[in-house]
Design a protein around this ligand. Structure first.
Ligand code: F6R
Length: 360
């Protein structure tokens, strides 16, 4: 059932190309329009406030979507569902509350949408599970079609969430601003080639050779900006979850506001480059290098200046920055997997964690 893979997590990492095919299949027309089943053009007309609620990895996918919306001039907020459930944001009938939840059963996320619904908001579940509570209780549902995920650590469902949320972002942008996002064609092209690009990352298996450097370290830091920021958070979450080693993710620009005090030669830093504002992130890399930290850069194979500055380089195919984050995240998934494997951790069932968190 694991198809020869040692762990479900590794199998699910390898399933990402086919999961991404399904996520996007039939949802982009030959004319380059977004075709989202229940959500034709105009479905979100009148929405003037977008609020995402989610936990964990799904929260990071929501942050990714918020970044894409912001780049398109559409403001949106992202709430940790555990917070929203106790301190909900004001809503009215023009508020769209989007619950991002792989399982569709996360208690805090359900509590959040129930409150939003009772307060008159429109609710939408973005989920992997068709018969889930979130899919049934929200006004609408959009399915990510990733297939079952057995490993407790979310991998393929993050990638599929981001792909489907990217399409939703395009629909929201068009409906809320009255015109399509200006780089829609580029984004849709990147989504179309994403399965092949992810396959290329998997085939290189770069992180396997690096894993040995990340045992017995004091801490591991992950930095990025733009969509690279949620990828940094997700990289750190996966790392702590399955290796049990200390890891933190930061917005690259936050480094000098505190975390830099922790950086030493014993704290490797993973830096995510998406092709947007890379020069600023390179500057942050130099700051940590001057404190003796070694830096693993994850970025496009077409950026020699990044490759030349970082200590180790994990390349991703050259693509649109909006898709580059997904590719960088696959590299970081593989880093965490290989380090956890080396340390002999219980990769598919990390201690203290459950696949779906059904209590608040
Ligand atoms: C991390 C992980 C968790 C889930 C979180 C939300 O690898 O799997 O952080 O992302 O518990 O779960 P869903 O998406 O089912 O609401």
């Amino acid at each position: 059932e694991r198809d020869g893979f040692e762990h479900y997590m590794l199998k699910e990492i390898h399933e990402q190309p086919s999961a991404l095919e399904r996520a996007v299949n039939g949802r982009v027309t030959a004319e380059g329009d977004v075709h989202l089943e229940d959500f034709p053009s105009g479905s979100f007309a009148g929405v003037d406030d977008v609020q995402f609620v989610a936990c964990g990895t799904s929260y990071h996918a929501a942050l990714y979507a918020r970044q894409l919306l912001a780049e398109r001039g559409v403001p949106a907020q992202v709430f940790s569902a555990g917070e929203y459930a106790t301190t909900p944001a004001p809503v009215d009938e023009n508020t769209l509350v989007v619950a991002v939840t792989q399982s569709g059963e996360t208690a805090d996320t359900l509590a959040s949408v129930r409150q939003a619904d009772a307060a008159g908001a429109r609710t939408l579940a973005v989920t992997n599970v068709v018969g889930s509570t979130a899919a049934r209780e929200c006004d609408d549902a959009l399915f990510i079609r990733a297939g079952p995920e057995i490993g407790v650590a979310a991998t393929k469902t993050f990638s599929s969430q981001v792909a489907v949320l990217s399409l939703l972002v395009e629909r929201l942008t068009e409906d809320i601003t009255g015109s399509p996002g200006e780089d829609r064609a580029g984004l849709l092209r990147a989504l179309d080639r994403l399965p092949g690009d992810v396959q290329q990352v998997i085939d290189q298996s770069g992180p396997a050779g690096l894993a040995d450097r990340f045992r017995d370290r004091e801490g591991h830091f992950f930095i990025g900006r733009g969509v690279g920021f949620p990828v940094a958070l997700e990289g750190a979450l996966k790392f702590k979850e399955i290796t049990y080693e200390h890891a933190e993710g930061f917005a690259a620009g936050e480094l000098k506001h505190g975390p830099l005090a922790l950086v030493t030669p014993d704290t490797p830093v993973f830096a995510v480059f998406t092709g947007r504002h890379d020069e600023k992130t390179l500057h942050n890399v130099e700051e940590v290098q001057s404190r003796g930290a070694t830096v693993v850069g994850v970025g496009s194979e077409a950026t020699p200046e990044v490759a030349a500055t970082v200590d180790d380089f994990l390349p991703i195919p050259d693509t649109h920055p909006a898709a580059a984050g997904v590719l960088a995240n696959v590299q970081l998934q593989l880093v965490s997997y290989h380090v956890a494997d080396l340390l002999g951790r219980s990769i598919d069932k990390p201690r203290n964690l459950a696949k779906s968190v059904t209590v608040e």
